[in-house]
Design a protein around this ligand. Structure first.
Ligand code: MG
Ligand code: MG
Length: 250
């Protein structure tokens, strides 16, 4: 463990640029998702748009990951590999994207519904988005990291869902994954104290059913053990002397 890296205002300025590239690209992907599309098409768009903006995809080649964007459909939680899977009306699709620009990474995820989705799926998406907002609200100079984790967990569990335990958010900067690890569950008043200049990727992964997961035979894609739907939202944020700044805001 290297410890938590504090960024200077100018470094955060570069991260703002990286975050903007991620946000713009995710916006394009979210608009392009439609029934009948293969998930590989989303990867091609992500690759093209990131390069067009002068950045590089963070995930491509990361520990051997073969694509620029993780596309996780329905019961898939994270690390879905774009390929021949065809997106269908009613699916929910998580798009997890990272880009490196000027030596710094941005990392963000949205889950979108395709066409008409069930009320259950819509409520899951809204809850997961709300859990991220609750986490961001708790991420203030002087707060404990556990306050952030607890805010995410409480928001999701109070609505009857479970939070994933085996995969976590993280510090981010010159490395895609820096200290600290940021679980989607925890207790207030525990863990490191947040300080101005810390840059963090908060990423609630919320399941309709239980929290347990398993990994598919491709050794990447993580799915819910019980097959229930899962949603995922993520922002890269910077701790300030007030409300955290969202560096990957659309
Ligand atoms: Mg991500
Ligand atoms: Mg992340």
């Amino acid at each position: 463990m290297k410890g938590i890296v504090i960024k200077s205002p100018s470094e955060i300025g570069v991260m703002r640029q990286a975050g903007r590239i991620v946000a713009l690209t995710l916006g394009i992907l979210a608009r392009e998702v439609r029934p009948g599309m293969r998930t590989a098409e989303l990867d091609a768009i992500a690759q093209r748009e990131i390069e067009r903006q002068g950045a590089k995809a963070s995930f491509k080649g990361y520990r051997g990951f073969p694509a620029s964007v993780c596309v996780s459909v329905n019961e898939e939680i994270v690390h879905g590999i774009p390929g021949e899977r065809v997106i269908e009306e009613g699916d929910i699709v998580s798009l997890d994207l990272g880009a490196i620009f000027g030596g710094f990474h941005g990392d963000s995820t949205v889950t979108v519904g395709v066409g008409r989705i069930s009320p259950e799926a819509a409520r899951l998406i809204e809850t997961t988005r709300g859990a991220l907002e609750a986490g961001i609200d708790a991420a203030r100079d002087g707060a404990y990291l556990g306050d952030v984790s607890a805010a995410i967990q409480n928001y999701a569990e109070s609505r009857g869902y479970s939070v994933v335990r085996e995969y976590v958010g993280h510090g981010i900067g010159r490395e895609l994954h820096e200290d600290p690890q940021i679980p989607d569950f925890g207790a207030q008043g525990t863990g490191p104290i947040l300080r101005r200049g810390m840059t963090l990727a908060l990423e609630p992964m919320v399941n309709i059913g239980g929290w347990r997961t398993r990994v598919l035979d491709n050794n990447w894609t993580v799915v819910t053990a019980d097959g229930s739907l899962s949603a995922h939202f993520e922002h890269t944020i910077a701790i300030t002397n007030g409300t955290a700044e969202i560096l990957t805001a659309p």
